[in-house]
Design a protein around this ligand. Structure first.
Ligand SMILES: [Zn+2]
Length: 99
């Protein structure tokens, strides 16, 4: 689980998910209210999740899977990604370059 680089507090899974549902590039620590950012390594790891939705669509079309099953597969994969996402992120207190 990620640890705040300002105060050292380890975030809970629920705090991570709530913080990740923001549109900005910074995550505010629930304990000290300092802005935290994903490390470049964490961003690279988590960017692979972007390809899951197109991959599922491709698999659904290529193998002729029914739309309801495809939707269930998509929801299940979203739940899995959401479940493991907080375990893959690392925080830094400095805004790094985008790449
Ligand atoms: Zn903190």
């Amino acid at each position: 689980m990620p640890k705040c680089q300002s105060c050292g507090t380890t975030w809970t899974w629920l705090q991570c998910v709530c913080r990740l549902c923001t549109l900005g590039d910074c995550l505010t620590c629930p304990s000290c209210r300092q802005d935290q950012f994903l490390t470049i390594k964490a961003r690279k790891k988590t960017s692979l999740f972007v390809f899951i939705a197109p991959l599922l669509m491709f698999i659904s079309v290529a193998f002729g899977i029914e739309p309801f099953v495809s939707l269930a597969l998509f929801v299940a994969s979203f739940a899995v990604v959401l479940g493991i996402f907080p375990f893959l992120i690392e925080l830094t207190d400095e805004r790094g370059p985008m790449w």
